[in-house]
Design a protein around this ligand. Sequence first.
Ligand SMILES: [Zn+2]
Length: 638
Amino acid sequence: MTLTNLDIPRTPDAWADFLQQRSDTELARVRAAIDELKDGTPRDAQAVLDLWNVTDTAWLNAQSVCWTLAEVHPDEAVRSLAETLSQEGTKVSTERGLDRDLFAVMSSVDPAGLDAVSTRLLERVLRDFRRSGVDRSDEVRERLRAISERTTVISQDFSRAIRDDVRSIKITPDRLAGLPEDYIAEHPADPDGLVTITTDYPDYIPFSTYATDAAARLALTVESLNRAWPGNDALLSELLDLRHQQATLLGYGGWPDFDAEEKMIGTGDAIATFIDRITEAADAPGRRDLDVLLKRARVDDPTIERLTRADSTFYCEVVAREDYAVDAQEVRRYFDFSKVHAGLLEVTGRIFGIDYVAVPDAATWHADVTVFDVLVDGEPRGRIFLDLHPREGKYKHAAQFDVVTGVEGVQLPEGSLVCNFPRGLMEHDDVVTLFHEFGHLVHHVLGGRQRYARFSGVATEWDFVEAPSQMLEEWAWDTDVLQSFATDADGEPIPTRLVESMREAEEFGKALFARTQMFYASVSYHFHQDRPADLTATVRELQSRYDLLAHIDGSHFQVAFGHLDGYSSAYYTYMWSLVIAKDMFSAFDRDNLWEPTVAHRYRDKVLAQGGNADAADLVADFLGRPYSFDAFGAWLSS
Ligand SMILES: [Zn+2]
């Protein structure tokens, strides 16, 4: 049977109807399949799981278009309709998770005779039910519901307070020394003769990177760290208590154990062990980095004793400029958007054996979007939408959004890359981001031929999902690969020496950075594990233990650390997946990243498997051994 692509509208005014219909139809299918599961008909285990898969597939169908269009559709009314419809979908999912009759049906399934993937699905479904508390007493369920309602409100309040609390410093214009001319021009003095610099990123990031005035950098950093102080401190304590209650009501030792259960890392204890391990591995190389920065800082101020985060960004930039002579303006000349775009498809096409077939007449939500069908060995495997330039009302970051989740024999995967790159010359950072996000997109598509929607594409453990993307970034740093598409206006490829300098500049400070990351990860873990009474005192203590940068007196890092909401106790995940990315990359021939044999094995054993098995097992199958820390450790200390 030939699978067709999602039939999306060709005219701008048809989108609202399309969304409404897609959501209504698919959510109706979810409800119908749930009713069927509960209708008392005797079914064998496989028939039950197949029906369950219909609920998953239809729910994702309803939600995916909403999640995507809420971020990309040019019409505000369509974006807001997409948000409303996705809330409807969330309700359906919550109801499913708390449906005791449905739980009774699923928990009476006899797994004998099921194959490995089906057994895995059944286990995951029952685990989800358990984690939602469906099997607890009415009293406990009532308490869980109240906790869930209150944590939702706290989460929103906590994030909003950080967003809304824009702080500032006022300085005399001479203290803008070091900043680019356009920044200075955009920050004229007020009638009182003072310039206002706010904690918003477009103000804050250039200021902390380029301002030579250390006292002014420090003042602005303190303001930034104190956004939402003191209000968020009490909110955070309450959130930590509620999460702990939720976890213990469900029978876990604490929140980190509850949260880690679904992840590669497995337990809360393992998080603590991992943080200590990285901290140890980054100790000597991190101190080496710190010494370089401190030495350079003492050229400006011989009395300086310790560096804080008010200095580190500034001196890292100084060192990149002075010691590695990487001029961003020079680098940009080689990264014309259209050549990079073509290069990305060429590189990933060659290594993964993919043919990208342009579909110029495909319908899209905006004229900027280009569409390709993805073929492997001549067989259609899915469709990708590349939506790569900024426009009003569009998502401001870079991410991959599922449009359709692939299910074998039912529907082909479709996904969209949503980024904000310039149309002309790109920064090299943008090129790295493009490769990274494209890593998620190929994972979604190549992993999209699964029996169960639950395991399709990037539906793997959350602390593994970044690894394929982090690994694909390596191709954007390789001289040979870059020279295949990074050419200047005269067609001259980027010089080998320049790429080497770019790499050296990028590598500098990585261990120092790792230590700061472990400080953040320790706050995320220990706050949830220990729920300390004095959060600021604990931050100070953890910073002295894990970070090589010094604590700033009078600052309250935790109140504006927004990831405590979204990541909870799992801020370690970025570094965890980087360990695995470095290990997987060690299987490739660094001197020939075009070589397809290893890449094909990786494609088939890791990407194409989606979430069919534990990520640790997929990686071991690819590497021929369990994953290890060695490649990461060697990289960190090199
Ligand atoms: Zn990513």
